[in-house]
Design a protein around this ligand. Structure first.
Ligand code: DAT
Length: 176
């Protein structure tokens, strides 16, 4: 055991800014951005798409085997970006960032992405009901789950600084 770097999950409703945050955090820390959606799609770890929600019906066993075969569990330094988080075993994860967004802003982002009808509605409801935050709190220790705002660009900068500071502390506490 003894990871050199922490693994960080970035989660939240589609459109809150997971990709934006994951890319910037990975770049500034030299971590690996692991987009779960991309892996599921590229490797075919799914049984098609849930058309209503527009999300993949994921083959979780294959996905977890794939992640387990990467250096993620042993050396760390990964940013996992996905609209769900309860799947990853607790022992792999050091920090869970749940991004939140103002509903009007989210509505604009999702409609700009072409979401409409039931798909738009379900995702708006998920943000309002804070589904991902609850999921994170149920799946991981309270002290590793943080909720951060992602309404504007200044939030991204502030969040980046916060995560960098947290990683510095983690290294101090966890490196021999
Ligand atoms: P996600 O990966 O959660 O689906 P994204 O990173 O692709 O979200 O962002 C969706 C859109 O919203 C994209 O055009 C970038 C923009 N966006 C996200 N977070 C933002 C923020 N905090 N400030 C300004 N724009 C943001």
């Amino acid at each position: 055991m003894g990871r050199q770097n922490p693994n960080i999950v970035i989660t939240g409703t589609p459109g809150v800014g997971k990709t934006t945050h994951a890319e910037q955090i990975a770049r500034s820390l030299g971590f690996t951005h692991m987009s779960i959606n991309q892996i599921v799609k590229d490797e075919g770890f799914h049984e098609g798409k849930d058309e209503e929600l527009g999300s993949w019906i994921v083959d979780e066993d294959k996905l977890l085997d794939h992640i387990e075969a990467t250096p993620l569990p042993s050396t760390g330094g990964y940013i996992l970006d996905w609209h769900a988080c309860d799947l990853f075993p607790e022992r792999w994860i050091d920090l869970v960032v749940v991004l939140r967004c103002d509903t009007t802003t989210l509505y604009d982002r999702l409609t700009a992405r072409g979401y409409k009808g039931k798909k738009l509605e379900e995702n708006m409801d998920a943000e309002i009901m804070q589904v991902l935050l609850e999921e994170a709190r149920e799946s991981y220790r309270e002290e590793i789950v943080v909720e951060l705002r992602s309404d504007g660009v200044e939030d991204v900068e502030g969040n980046l600084e916060r995560v960098e500071e947290w990683v510095r502390k983690w290294r101090e506490e966890n490196r021999g």
